[in-house]
Ligand binder design. Structure first.
Ligand code: XIL
Length: 302
């Protein structure tokens, strides 16, 4: 196979990228996207601040552009994300508990309803746990006003809103076995034992020299898969360059392929020049859409 998407398909996986609607008018961006990738995640367009900037007023224009483009190319779409502390409009944080619960469920129902039947996997809840050794929940309007049960409630609402979509919990610094991933693991185990609907766990995979690809990445993916959920690498980027970066990318692909329930990999952008890590070069194509060594490493690992 000579593209990321076709090579991954040969392994029964998808290979995706974050897509920004604002770049869909750029020929090099679109030709690379269409040729190489079989899944798309709107980078910002489905977030709460984009889809419900004021209460009850839903705006789907930019997200629709990404979804319509992806689907016209036969790509899967990952929905990202419904309940998250960041890119959250300030009105949400101003609500009291009862209103917040209503608003959260209405947001899930409205956004998932708009895309019903069109989304492969939804990141229902994003980044709800703290970094560091505590294993505690992160402070957010949802956590602080609704308590631990907000995650379960969000997943139950999501299941009813689009029963065909896989429902994922997504987070970062959970790639290896550590206190934070242990806390997510315990939550997923509890959900599975009590029949709370959850289908997948997303591992963002934002790596750099302070946070390299962990040696126990595969083992960590496997222990989650053994709970009865799919696992996905959802926002992969690896700072660095050359052979070192290429080798790290190959390590990630090999970890996923070693786990039957690792169903796909998404990199967090098509080209270095539009990466959210603006100081870095963490992706597979350079600013001229030329293949980097990391691209070759991924292709041959697939
Ligand atoms: C980032 C986008 O790439 C940026 O364009 C935006 O300014 C901030 O968010 N974890 C996530 C993603 O789940 O939504 C974030 O995306 C990166 C970290």
């Amino acid at each position: 196979a000579d593209t990321l998407g076709s090579a991954a398909a040969g392994q029964g996986r998808y290979f995706g990228t974050a897509v920004a609607a604002s770049h869909l008018d750029e020929a090099g961006y679109v030709s690379t996207l269409n040729r190489e990738f079989t899944s798309a995640t709107p980078e910002n367009e489905m977030k709460w601040d984009a889809t419900e900037p004021s209460r009850g007023n839903f705006t789907f224009g930019a997200a629709d552009q990404v979804v319509d483009h992806a689907r016209s190319q036969g790509m899967d779409v990952r929905g990202h994300t419904l309940v998250w502390h960041s890119q959250l409009p300030s009105w949400v944080g101003g609500l009291g508990a009862a209103d917040l619960r209503t608003a959260m469920n209405n947001h899930i129902n409205s956004v998932m309803g708009h895309y019903k039947g069109q989304i492969h996997s939804w990141d229902v809840v994003n980044e709800a746990f703290q970094d560091g050794g505590s294993g505690a929940r992160r402070s957010s309007p949802f956590q602080d006003k609704l308590g631990n049960g907000f995650i379960e409630e969000a997943f139950r609402t999501a299941r009813a809103a689009d029963p065909a979509a896989k429902l994922c919990y997504n987070d970062y610094n959970t790639d290896g076995v550590n206190a934070k991933s242990n806390a997510v693991y315990d939550m997923v185990k509890d959900f599975k034992s009590r029949g709370v609907p959850i289908d997948c766990v997303g591992f963002q995979g934002h790596f750099n020299s302070n946070s390299p690809v962990p040696a126990d990445f595969r083992a960590n993916l496997q222990r989650f898969a053994d709970l009865g959920v799919d696992v996905q690498i959802t926002e992969l980027d690896i700072e660095g360059s050359g052979t070192a970066q290429a080798n790290s990318y190959a390590d990630v692909v090999e970890a996923c392929l070693a786990v039957d329930r690792c169903t796909g990999i998404t990199v967090w952008g098509v080209t270095d020049k539009y990466s959210w890590r603006s100081s870095g070069t963490p992706l597979l194509f350079d600013g001229d859409y030329q293949e980097k060594p990391a691209y070759g490493a991924v292709l041959s690992a697939l």
